[in-house]
Design a protein around this ligand. Structure first.
Ligand SMILES: *Cc1c(COP(=O)(O)O)cnc(C)c1O
Length: 391
């Protein structure tokens, strides 16, 4: 199967068939696995044999999900987690120690920001933020104790991009672990390992499930780093449940088909809004008006499913617009079959002052749309009528 396309490999990767000759993979809801002999138990614990012992360490459903993620990201090995944040935390906790420093891109996911600024400092791990828009500053922010570079591209919600090839080279030059949260792009649109990333992290809750059902997370990447992550996880217990792994593994089989539709609909919406009179600005990586359009074309195959715009009329207009929507859901999640809409200034970024928000590009009228799989004409129609009703 190794010489086949990734889509084919993903669909055809499956836990070994049992004596029942099932076609679809069964759900292995078991906390532990039996030993055929005391000797086998000894050898499994001694790492002389590979095999399942306990579902906190590994489970056939979880292993299948990880194997598919490794195929998609071009990774050597991986470990799966109960949520995206469990993955992000373990990526730091397993590999860093007191005195280490992280260089991170400024616009990271809200909870990743809390980890960097409030949790990790408790254990003496510090961090500095760098601006995606000022790559020339990054090298001067590297300290002697910088052990990891951690970024998201495209970022949430401003869809800023970071040049993966450039940063991969910088990390290599300074012998720093390069870790990328690839949640927004998914491995179908962008594979950071190809550009030198050592680790790729996902919230599987988003496009990987793609249907708004379960939480999950995963880290894939360099074998030596994953083996430290596996040791840490085996003894701290953030493992993904087999049930959620079973859902997520099946979801991966439709990821390319779903992403094609998310992307074509998001592009159509972005193009529709780009010249709209009610817009102050529209951001989408595959619009020629995006400041990093050339970079988007270089490292992403399509623009993704998120469109961000600033509506005229600021905070109040944005709230009225949200309330006037008839199809799109008001919810903080993204990457669902259903179109979802968020107003960061009053929701995810409401704890910042207006000045702090403006400094990171979260304007009062900014709206983030995760374009779903409904018919694109209905999505555009809903947004049009809400723009009119809120004018
Ligand atoms: C949602 C998200 C996370 C956290 O994932 P959970 O599964 O909600 O824990 C991390 N990074 C990004 C970019 C996300 O969008």
């Amino acid at each position: 199967m190794k010489n086949k396309n990734k889509e084919t490999q993903t669909i055809r990767t499956q836990a070994a068939r049992t004596e029942f000759r099932e076609h679809s993979v069964p759900l292995y809801l078991t906390s532990s696995f039996t030993f055929e002999s005391a000797e086998q138990g000894r050898a499994l614990f001694a790492d002389e044999l590979e095999g399942n012992i306990y579902s906190r360490f590994s489970n056939p459903n979880t292993s299948e999900f990880i194997e598919k993620m490794c195929v998609l990201e071009g990774a050597e090995d991986g470990f799966a987690f109960a949520s995206g944040m469990a993955a992000v935390f373990t990526g730091f906790g397993a590999l860093l120690q007191a005195g280490d420093h992280i260089l991170a891109s400024r616009s990271v996911f809200g909870s990743s920001h809390q980890l960097l600024t409030r949790v990790l400092p408790k254990w003496g791990i510090t961090s500095t933020y760098a601006d995606a828009a000022r790559p020339e500053e990054w090298e001067s922010l590297i300290q002697e104790n910088t052990k990891m570079i951690f970024i998201e591209t495209p970022s949430n919600p401003q869809l800023e991009l970071i040049d993966l090839e450039w940063l991969g080279k910088l990390a290599r030059k300074h012998n720093i672990i390069f870790s990328v949260d690839n949640c927004f792009a998914t491995p179908y649109l962008q594979t950071p390992i190809q550009y030198g990333a050592d680790l790729v992290i996902h919230s599987a809750t988003k496009y990987i499930d793609g249907q708004g059902r379960v939480l999950g997370g995963v880290i894939v990447g360099r074998k030596d780093l994953i083996s430290e992550i596996r040791f840490f996880s085996r003894h701290t217990g953030p493992a993904l449940s087999p049930f959620n792994a079973w859902i997520l593994s099946k979801s991966l089989e439709t990821l390319p088909v779903r992403m094609d539709r998310h992307c074509s609909s998001a592009l159509a919406l972005a193009q529709h809004l780009d010249t709209h009179l009610e817009m102050e600005s529209v951001l989408y990586p595959m619009l020629p008006s995006h400041p990093q359009h050339e970079l988007a074309k270089k490292q992403m195959t399509q623009g993704g499913g998120i469109v961000t715009f600033v509506v005229k009329g600021g905070y109040e207009r944005a709230q009225k617009f949200m309330d006037a929507l008839q199809i799109a859901s008001k919810t903080a999640n993204l990457g669902d079959t259903r179109t979802t809409v968020t107003h960061p200034a009053s929701m995810t970024h409401s704890k910042l002052t207006p000045n702090e928000r403006a400094a990171v590009g979260i304007f009062d009228g900014l709206i983030r749309i995760s374009v779903g799989l409904e018919n694109i004409n209905d999505i555009i129609g809903d947004i049009e009528q809400a723009l009119t009703a809120s004018a």
